[in-house]
Design a protein around this ligand. Structure first.
Ligand code: HEM
Length: 305
């Protein structure tokens, strides 16, 4: 069984495209045919620039799962559940299918999306399209290196891919959560660097991990996003990308996480938005507003849906 390119290494460019099927009898067959041609489109473009590391991962939402596939629905798959903290909300937004297009060159992502949209034609409407880019040494727009604690190689597979033992009918697939955040750059830049570092849990310039704060006190982002159960840590694979437009004063982070168990990402979000202890939410949220939230499952085989 071959999984999609879920654990592909960080690239220089990415496009995050979320679409929904229109209600027309030809829509579902068109989408199904397009999904089965994703690997052909990738090959046709990659051959022109083999070193561009082009890949596309497709996530299917619970809203369309049973109409689009004959596979049993993955047991944890459900729509993104809004999380309301005392101060901040993780919103839930619409979308049937996610395309996570990655490459080291923007033109490859563009060309892939162009050919994809041509095949999808009138079968879909676009819910969101976000173009991300690598910012210097993989920094987010808050100025911190993002992605350091990601598991690699076998550990990435272990964190992100559902196994036969977990769920035979979904084995080789991966749960995907996406969120789009818009940053209050003025507010963030007004903070002392030491305060920013305490919020993130790492030093800014050289990316060194800080110790966890004592229990019952304000935790950093990295501590709140660390899930430990019965002595073992549950990791996820992230591939966040900055996006934005200085001319429109838009500065954002597109969060994407892949996990073998959806509950792990939901627990992270609960700890961030509600806080641990409750009330002490992730201070990153005081400067980052969630404007999109959606959950999908990336099945192993797109050709026999
Ligand atoms: C760690 C940024 C949202 C999960 C980090 C780090 C940064 C960062 C700079 C430290 C370096 C690293 O290990 O990558 C951001 C930004 C976000 C965001 C700017 C959005 C505004 C999220 C969300 C989740 C998440 C929504 C999960 C649902 C994690 C995890 C770690 C991490 C698991 C690693 C913790 C560890 O050290 O083990 N993030 N993040 N992040 N983040 Fe986020």
């Amino acid at each position: 069984m071959v999984s999609q390119a879920v654990t592909a290494p960080l690239t220089r460019a990415a496009t995050f495209l979320i679409v929904s099927a229109v209600s027309h009898p030809t829509a579902i067959p068109t989408i199904r045919a397009t999904l089965s041609s994703v690997s052909d489109i990738t090959k046709n473009i990659s051959i022109r620039h083999p070193d561009g590391r082009l890949s596309c991962t497709v996530g299917i939402g619970s809203s369309i799962w049973s109409r689009l596939t004959s596979l049993p629905q993955p047991k944890e798959l459900h729509p993104f559940q809004e999380i309301r903290g005392a101060k901040h909300t993780a919103v839930s937004t619409s979308g049937d299918i996610l395309f996570h297009i990655r490459a080291d060159r923007r033109d490859l992502c563009f060309e892939f999306e162009r050919q994809l949209m041509q095949r999808l034609g009138n079968a879909v409407t676009v819910d969101d399209e976000t173009v991300g880019f690598r910012y210097f040494d993989a920094r987010d727009l808050l100025g911190f290196v993002d992605g350091t604690a990601n598991p690699v190689d076998n550990e990435a597979t272990e964190a992100a891919i559902v196994t036969q033992e977990d769920e035979p009918s979904s084995a080789g697939g991966s749960y995907v959560v996406v969120q789009k955040y818009l940053h209050d750059m003025k507010g963030w830049q007004a903070l002392q660097t030491e305060t920013q570092e305490a919020i993130i849990g790492r030093t800014k310039l050289d990316n060194v991990e800080l110790d966890d704060a004592p229990p019952e006190s304000q935790q950093s982002h990295k501590s709140l996003a660390t899930i430990e159960m019965q002595g073992s840590e549950h990791a996820i694979v992230r591939d966040n990308m900055p996006f934005g437009s200085p001319g429109r004063s838009e500065f954002g982070t597109y969060f994407i996480g892949y996990a073998r168990n959806l509950w792990v990402m939901e627990k992270m979000l609960e700890r961030m938005f509600v806080g641990e202890p409750p009330g002490m939410h992730d201070r990153i949220l005081d400067y980052s507003k969630a404007v999109l939230g959606a959950t999908f499952f990336a099945p192993s085989d797109l050709e026999s849906l």
